[in-house]
Design a protein around this ligand. Structure first.
Ligand SMILES: C[S@@+](CC[C@H](N)C(=O)[O-])C[C@H]1O[C@@H](n2cnc3c(N)ncnc32)[C@H](O)[C@@H]1O
Length: 460
């Protein structure tokens, strides 16, 4: 069984751990901040298809955190030799495993290219077996070579060690120790093998990257939108599988969320809407680049008035704009109640609403959530909100509010443009709230399920 680890954005570790268990049947799954370790026998192609990780590594070894003496440097070198390099046999063995995996990757790549050429009518698949034979020969030739022709060390560190040593000095010291102990040749420019070392107050991890490019870079995205791992997380966090479902992103931008969802669910119907025609054009380019024409439909329209009947959508996934990069013409805190009410309206009972929101918008959402316990006075004060709701209403959705409903979302009409009276939606049940990092800012993925409950009402 091979031992891997993946780096992950802050907040993505738990989702990555779930993904490796679900897709790779991985065992010994362990997460630390920024990394998930696992063992798996899955074929390499499947491992490289992971969606929530950033970079994929073969684990060389993990030891107790090291502490380096400041002075003299020779003493620090001794600790590095002993703790980071350790047993040379492990390095040789891991190198051989890495090389075998590279051969497997190369073979998969060649096979993919040949299959594509065959689909384009350029080549026969018969040549594939001979190619495998050829690869085998190459591999046999390489078997004699027990060492990488060259290597380089990339070290990242944090905590106490980072206060005394720069990553450059550490990388050089570790490189020297490997060279001395294993006789490998250093090449800083174009090495065959990259050795990654991560040192913190709690961890010492040594690994070899398996791919040149990050897992997180998607070949099917021509125009980048929301970070691919987060877009994928919005689908994966949904409490239910979305096969045979209608999935809507009413503010789809370049389509990142829908394209990630489409990778997971091959037989769902996807609808993307946006007011901005140039964004929709980019989404169309992305759909074409991903070969998904016909599976994703795009429409220019506003989330404030979704042109769909009530209860026809199984899941609404939406990255609500915030921050400078994605600011838009609407005043989002003001528009939020209306926007949510429209999304709720088109959702069927049992359907899911997954929103990516800034911490501020999330706080706004949370403030207006009322439960029976916290705000019992609101229960007898509901009136029908159809007077302020421009979309369709479905009388069959009007029920008395369930006594056991754990949470409801209340939209204060003070935020709305029509009155100062709060609006209450009693049909969205909070399922999960997950904090993620978007690089220079944090956000929440909030998950709700639509339940049978009282129709949207407003308190007096
Ligand atoms: C945060 S971005 C979406 C990013 C998207 N997830 C992506 O990966 O490209 C928000 C999008 O909402 C769109 N938008 C702004 N106001 C809108 C409205 N009233 N109705 C629908 N879309 C709107 C913007 O044009 C923008 O493309």
């Amino acid at each position: 069984m091979r031992r891997f680890y993946c780096t992950a954005g802050a907040g993505m570790e738990e989702l990555l751990a779930e993904e490796v268990q679900r897709k790779l049947c991985a065992i010994e799954v362990e997460q630390i901040p920024g990394r998930v370790f696992f063992c798996s026998n899955a074929d390499l192609h499947t491992v490289t298809q992971l969606k929530s990780g950033e970079r994929l590594f073969l684990l060389l070894h993990r030891t107790e955190p090291i502490s380096l003496p400041n002075n003299p440097v020779a003493k620090a070198a001794g600790v590095i030799q002993q703790s980071i390099v350790g047993d040379p046999d492990i390095w040789r063995q891991t190198f051989l495993t890495w090389r075998a995996l590279q051969t497997e990757l190369q073979y998969n790549q060649q096979r993919g290219q040949k299959r594509k050429r065959k689909e384009d009518g350029e080549e026969s698949l018969d040549t594939l077996s001979s190619s495998r034979h050829l690869d085998g020969h190459n591999e046999m030739g390489k078997e004699l070579d027990q060492h990488p022709k060259s290597f380089r060390v990339s070290c990242r560190c944090s905590g106490v060690i980072a206060r005394s040593y720069t990553t450059q000095i550490l990388s050089r010291m570790i490189g020297m120790a490997i060279k001395e102990q294993l006789g490998w040749k250093v090449d800083l420019r174009d090495p065959i093998l990259e050795v990654n070392v991560y040192l913190s107050d709690d961890h010492c991890v040594v690994g070899i990257p398996l791919l040149k490019h990050p897992l997180a870079s998607r070949c099917y995205m021509k125009h980048n939108g929301l970070r691919s791992t987060i877009a994928w997380a919005m689908t994966s966090i949904c409490p239910k599988q979305l096969n045979d479902c209608v999935i809507l992103d009413p503010m789809c931008g370049v389509g990142a969320v829908l394209l990630e969802a489409a990778q997971e669910y091959s037989n769902a119907i996807f609808l993307g809407m946006d007011t901005d025609m140039s964004q929709l054009q980019k989404a169309a380019d992305n759909i074409k680049a991903a070969g998904m024409e016909g599976r994703l439909q795009l429409l220019q329209s506003s989330v404030m008035e979704i042109p769909l009947a009530d209860g026809v959508v199984d899941a609404v996934l939406c990255d609500v704009p915030f921050g400078r990069k994605f600011s838009c013409s609407i005043d989002m805190p003001r528009a939020l109640p209306h926007l949510l009410r429209e999304m709720e309206r088109v959702l069927r009972v049992g359907g899911h609403l997954v929103l990516l929101l800034s911490l501020q918008l999330s706080a706004q959402l949370k403030k207006i959530i009322c439960t029976h316990e916290h705000n019992p006075s609101t229960h007898n004060q509901h009136t029908n909100s159809s007077d302020i709701h421009s979309g369709n209403t479905d009388p069959s959705n009007t029920h008395n509010e369930c006594k056991d409903t754990p949470k409801t979302i209340t939209f204060h009409k003070s935020c709305s443009e029509t009155s100062n009276t709060p609006i209450l939606i009693s049909s969205l049940q909070a399922q999960r709230s997950h904090k993620v990092s978007l690089g220079n800012t944090d956000a929440f993925i909030q998950v709700y399920t639509k339940i049978q409950s009282e129709k949207q009402t407003q308190t007096h």
